[in-house]
Write a protein that binds this ligand. Structure first.
Ligand code: ATR
Length: 278
């Protein structure tokens, strides 16, 4: 499109990314003249291809697995939330020409859980399964809504304990292994491991999920994820995958780039329909 600003999402692999569709719908809805495509970049080519994109006039970029941590040294400035998360999912080219690294994953999750799905997070007892990059990205944002407790549980217990210590500014955060979890229902359970991508599940005790628990899987799929299947099998009435978070983190990035807030509900509905299993 002549005169349009160019955006891309980088990752490896990237072919199945929904981001071009999501941003295409946002642009059509808000009348913004942009192009947004997907760029597969192998880890060894990250620095050169990143620099090339912006030196050829790229206006902004989304960053996904496995590059989120590795673009940190490639930007000129970081927002506080990107610094805390230790990861960047959105790059903004500033008027000065400098590059700002931000992270909209945490706010995307909060918006989906609280606004779209009416989850009660204030004073809630929250369990996060997994202690990798995804958990690091969401914990600082969850702390802002003042939950009663956040327990981080992980296969490698030491990693969960270390992460909990690092973010324990409010004194309400702890870490443990799955076997150390008491078999007592949490109000909110967030699945943040990468096991789902491989079709497996972390080995947590069934009792942590109750019928009234709110279960959220950061992964998404056109069929129930293993975590959602498990939650449903335990009688949980409220279980959701991370598709809404995907759209909300994209909306936050779009607003940073274009200064207009897109409507997310219509985009979530349209893409869910396209995603439905045949
Ligand atoms: P990252 O680079 O974001 O940290 P990762 O190394 O794939 O991603 O791990 C993300 C999370 O998924 C970690 O909590 C990891 O657990 P460990 O720290 O114990 O490795 C978790 N994970 C990955 N595969 C898993 C599996 N099969 N069962 C349980 N947890 C798993």
């Amino acid at each position: 499109m002549p005169g349009s600003d160019r955006y891309t999402v980088i990752g490896h692999p990237i072919a199945h990314s929904q981001s071009p569709k999501i941003h295409g719908l946002f642009a059509a809805q808000t009348g913004q003249n942009i192009t947004y495509d997907a760029t597969d970049i192998a880890p060894e080519d990250l620095a050169s291809r990143f620099i090339e994109f912006f030196s050829h006039g790229g206006a902004g970029m989304n960053v996904t697995v496995p590059h989120k941590q590795h673009v940190l040294p490639l930007v000129d400035q970081l927002t506080a939330r990107a610094k805390l998360a230790g990861a960047v999912n959105t790059v903004i080219r500033l008027r000065s020409g400098g590059l700002l690294g931000d992270n909209t994953d945490g706010i995307g999750l909060l918006t989906d859980m609280m606004q779209n799905l009416s989850a009660e997070l204030k004073d809630a007892r929250i369990l996060i399964l997994g202690a990798g990059g995804a958990t690091r990205g969401i914990v600082p944002m969850l702390q802002t809504v003042k939950p009663q407790r956040i327990m981080i549980s992980n296969r490698n217990a030491g990693k969960a304990i270390k992460l909990a210590e690092e973010f324990n500014t409010e004194g309400n955060l702890s870490g443990c292994g799955y076997a150390d979890l008491a078999s007592k229902a949490y109000d909110v359970i967030i699945h943040a491991t990468s096991a789902g991508l491989k079709g497996s599940l972390p080995q947590f005790p069934d009792g942590v999920i109750g019928t009234d628990s709110f279960c959220y899987d950061l992964s998404y799929s056109n069929v129930d994820t293993p975590f959602i299947t498990k939650a449903k099998s335990l009688g949980c009435k409220n279980s959701y995958d991370g598709f809404g978070m995907l759209v909300e983190q994209a909306a936050a990035a779009f607003e940073l780039w274009r200064g207009v807030k897109p409507d997310t509900q219509s985009v979530i509905a349209a893409l869910r329909q396209n995603q439905a299993p045949e």
